[in-house]
Structure formats: structure tokens, C-alpha cells
Write a protein that binds this ligand. Structure first.
Ligand SMILES: N[C@@H](CCC(=O)N[C@@H](CS)C(=O)NCC(=O)O)C(=O)O
Length: 204
């Protein structure tokens, strides 16, 4: 098994999940900033061109961090980052999907088509600058909604630290680096980020 890794929040969430689970996988670093993922060998091996990607021993390629981390959890269920019971797994996956669709995708696509335009315009199709501004604003609105929903909890799923927390931490930190910091009105997210970033796995 081999992990194709790079800079960026998506590869990082897989590294953090592996650290939480105490797993190591042979890793190949791909030059995302130089566009290595959008041409040549990598594009032939991983046609969708994104990172991370997991190459299985039988040659199959798995992309999408949710699928990769699900797979790792099936290989090694303990300690769980998705969940030890059907209800726990469903709860984690619900939050991950909500955050992915409502916050991380608009945040990332908004960035690519604005501050990231110079880097991405020759590689992938981008929305207009006006649409980028709307996507960024949608991501902010949904972050504030999350902030309201999660009040009083230690982690996204209560007392369980899960993949939902890993995703949220990585994208809050990424957002801050790309001009999309968490909304100033958020009251739960700042404490959450401090707790999550203090875990040893956050260094991964
Ligand atoms: N939905 C994908 C998103 C993957 C993604 O967008 N990865 C970024 C790195 S954080 C990437 O490949 N960016 C470079 C590019 O799109 O060329 C996943 O879950 O893995």
C-alpha cells in the first residue's frame, strides 16, 4: 500500500487520522505547487488528479479522504476515528459530509478561483471571480451555522474525537492561511481549534 501525499488540507487529514490510529504507510510526496498532480505519471495513475491518493497492493487507486480513512479504519478498527458502533459511525459520517459539502468544497473552490487563480487557472476549470466571492461567503455562513450547532460539545460528536474533528481543524487552519479565517462571531470554533491543534497528531 502506498500513499501519495502533498501539501494541502486533504492530504493532511489522512496523515492526522493515521497518527491518531498509530498507522504508518509508505509515502510518495507529489509536488502539488508545481502541478505534478495534473500531468504525466500521476495523472495517468490518478485520472482525477487530486491528492491524496492511496494505491492498494492490488493496484487499485482510492481517492477522496472519506473513502481513504474509511478504508484505513476497516483495516485497523482500533482506536476508532470513524466510530466503534453503527450509530457512532453514522454520526461521524453525517458531520463529515455536511462539513465537506457545505464548508470545505465552497472554501476550496472559492480560493482556487480568487487568491489561488494564478496557480490553478492553467490546470483546472474555475468559477468566475464573482462566484468565488459567493462561495467564500457561503462557507463563512455555514461555519457560523456549525458554530451554533456544536455549542456545549467538546468535539463535533460530543466526547468522541473523530475524523469530523480532524477535517474541521485542518480546514479551519487552511482557511486562516488563505484569507478565509473563521467568522469573527464564532464562539465555539476558537476553543475547539485550540483543543484540536494541541493534540500530538496535529503535527502530522
Ligand atoms: N474531495 C477530494 C479533494 C481533494 C483535493 O482537492 N485535494 C487538493 C489538495 S488539499 C488538491 O489535489 N489540490 C490540487 C489540485 O486540485 O490540483 C478528497 O476528499 O480527497
Amino acid at each position: 500500500m502506498k500513499l501519495y501525499d502533498s501539501v494541502g488540507p486533504n492530504p493532511r487529514v489522512v496523515r492526522i487520522a493515521m497518527a491518531e490510529k498509530g498507522m504508518t504507510i509508505d509515502t510518495v510526496t507529489v509536488d502539488l505547487m508545481g502541478g505534478e498532480n495534473r500531468r504525466g505519471d500521476y495523472k495517468a495513475r490518478v485520472p482525477i488528479g487530486t491528492l491524496p491518493a492511496l494505491e492498494l497492493d492490488d493496484g487499485r487507486i482510492i481517492t477522496e479522504v472519506t473513502a481513504i480513512v474509511d478504508y484505513l479504519e476497516e483495516l485497523q478498527p482500533s482506536p476508532p476515528v470513524i466510530g466503534a458502533t453503527p450509530a457512532d459511525r453514522a454520526e461521524t459520517r453525517m458531520w463529515v459530509r455536511r462539513m465537506d459539502l457545505l464548508v470545505f468544497e465552497p472554501m476550496s473552490n472559492g480560493f482556487r478561483a480568487s487568491e489561488g487563480r494564478g496557480l490553478f487557472e492553467s490546470r483546472i476549470t474555475l468559477v468566475s471571480p464573482e462566484a468565488a466571492a459567493e462561495l467564500k461567503s457561503l462557507a463563512q455562513e455555514k461555519l457560523l451555522w456549525l458554530d451554533g450547532q456544536l455549542q456545549g460539545r467538546t468535539w463535533v460528536c460530543g466526547e468522541r474525537f473523530t475524523f469530523a474533528d480532524i477535517m474541521l481543524m485542518a480546514f479551519l487552519e487552511f482557511g486562516a492561511q488563505i484569507g478565509q479565517p473563521m467568522p469573527a462571531a464564532a464562539t465555539w470554533l476558537p476553543g475547539f481549534l485550540e483543543r484540536a491543534a494541541a493534540r500530538p497528531s496535529a503535527k502530522a
